[in-house]
Design a protein around this ligand. Structure first.
Ligand code: FAD
Length: 232
């Protein structure tokens, strides 16, 4: 279970976080969206409503889940965000290195997260490396990040525009964005990105998003988990 700190923020990786900025999300809103078909409205959940949510999930009646919406504020390395923005059924606004100075924060994996890949494409497994290899990899990353940031600052000292100076920034640099997503699309994201097949780094972010989803919509989340985490 990810650690939640003040103001609904979960720290992720070495300089990142997922913060739940706002949510209009509940199991009851799923129930009421479904029951409007029969001109019915509930003020509180009961057992039959829990059964209804499980039915909707099982039968892939997905639209009632679209009325619950989450807005997240996320800080993550660029390579994670490259994967994240592929999820088209959601809205993004991202920090711009055209307008603001790049951050000096870069992702350096913890030694236990430095891994090697074994096997063929599509069925890799990721194994830990020896401690000296992990330290060498971390040193290599830090050296590249230091050189890249020094080049970035030098280009700006020369008067080069930020939009060009940013070309030297590696994908390990941190960026931040706001992400608004409905519960149906969030389940698709969690299904794909909190899975064992996803890259470890985005998986940690997906776990954090899932924590907030489960907190706001416990019955929906339980039904999603029970049905093998397949989004409706
Ligand atoms: C483990 C893993 C490896 C990946 N590897 C690669 C890779 O090597 N290269 C790469 O390019 N991408 C890769 N991806 C990204 C992947 O192809 C998807 O772009 C990404 O996961 C977003 O999923 P999505 O399209 O379901 O989500 P969304 O874009 O949010 O779409 C949600 C759903 O809406 C529907 N939908 C959305 N747009 C369309 C459309 N145009 N036509 C029809 N239906 C639509 C689909 O049902 C879709 O599932 C990878 C993803 C994962 C999880």
């Amino acid at each position: 279970m990810p650690e939640v700190i003040a103001e609904a923020t979960i720290p992720v990786l070495d300089h990142g976080f997922v913060r739940l900025d706002a949510a209009m999300a509940s199991d009851l809103s799923v129930v009421n969206a479904a029951r409007v078909s029969f001109a019915r409205h509930k003020e509180a959940m009961d057992e039959s409503d829990e059964g209804l949510i499980r039915f909707l999930m099982r039968e892939q009646h997905a639209t009632p889940f679209e009325h619950s919406v989450f807005r997240f504020h996320v800080r993550a390395p660029i390579f994670v965000v490259r994967e994240w923005v592929r999820h088209r059924w959601s809205s993004f606004n991202e920090f711009s290195m055209r307008y603001a100075k790049a951050t000096e924060d870069f992702y350096v994996p913890e030694p236990e997260d430095v891994r090697t890949q074994v096997g063929k494409p599509g069925s890799y497994s990721f194994e830990p490396v020896e401690p000296d290899v992990a330290e060498a990899a971390r040193d290599e990353l830090r050296a590249v990040y230091d050189a890249a940031f020094a080049a970035y600052e030098h280009l700006m000292e020369l008067g080069v525009a930020r939009e060009l100076a940013r070309l030297v920034m590696p994908v390990g640099a941190y960026t931040e964005f706001y992400w608004t997503v409905n519960a149906r699309s969030l389940m698709n994201f969690v299904s794909l990105r909190a899975a064992e097949t996803a890259q470890r780094e985005i998986r940690r972010y997906a776990d954090a998003c899932e924590h907030f989803f489960a907190e706001a919509m416990p019955v929906t989340h339980a039904a999603f988990v029970k049905l093998d985490r397949v989004a409706p």
